[in-house]
Design a protein around this ligand. Structure first.
Ligand code: HEC
Length: 176
């Protein structure tokens, strides 16, 4: 440790103690990773800060590409109904069996105002690690994801009937 000096040695020793503590904690298996048990406050606030900062940095430069054409909103609604509503609910759908056991709990997108379209697009495309939110960019192209995000924006003002008409393929055929 030549050249480190006293302070350097204290810092290195402190880091070694922390590393040992962290390894012992992880190795002991004492932390409950089960989704039916909540994180401690400290773990939760660390994970939430990590998630929010990571998404902020990555979504900042995305160009907003909301769509308004009825056929695009309809396409977004159909995909939402089959891929997302089971976790995020929809107008007139207040319950789902999958949702009950999910932790972190998926937000109810039928009621939540969409405040940041860039953030929503990034999350839908890339998903969120260690949560049930899938990376839809593996199966949908950007245009399809903007259709869904544009539909989500309209959901809080939508009645259950309007949603069903929009999302139900049989309803669309009946109108042709
Ligand atoms: C299997 C369950 C599941 C499915 C299916 C799912 N999500 Fe999620 N989603 C989640 C969870 C859980 C979170 C919260 C993650 C977190 O907070 O770390 C989330 C978060 C989000 C968010 C961020 C909301 C916010 O306010 O922070 C958006 C937007 C979103 N999902 C959209 C979608 C869309 C669109 C689809 C369908 C294409 C979808 N999700 C499918 C579980 C799911």
């Amino acid at each position: 440790m030549a050249g480190l000096g006293k302070i350097g040695i204290v810092v290195a020793a402190t880091l070694a103690v922390f590393a040992l503590g962290a390894t012992t904690f992880v190795g002991s298996g004492v932390y409950d990773i089960g989704a039916d048990d909540h994180h401690t406050k400290l773990t939760l606030s660390l994970i939430e800060s990590l998630r929010d900062r990571s998404i902020d940095v990555r979504s900042r430069a995305i160009e907003l590409r909301y769509v308004d054409a009825p056929d695009r909103i309809r396409a977004g609604a159909r995909r939402y109904a089959s891929l997302c509503a089971g976790c995020h609910l929809a107008p007139g759908e207040a319950k789902s069996l999958v949702r009950v056991g999910l932790y972190p709990h998926p937000p109810n997108l039928a009621q939540e105002e969409l405040s940041d379209g860039r953030r929503a697009f990034w999350i839908v495309k890339h998903g969120i690690k260690m949560s049930a939110m899938p990376a839809w960019g593996k199966t949908l192209d950007d245009a399809a994801i903007w259709d869904i995000v544009s539909f989500i924006r309209k959901m809080p003002d939508m009645s259950a009937d309007a949603y069903r008409q929009l999302a139900d393929p049989l309803d669309a055929i009946a109108k042709q």
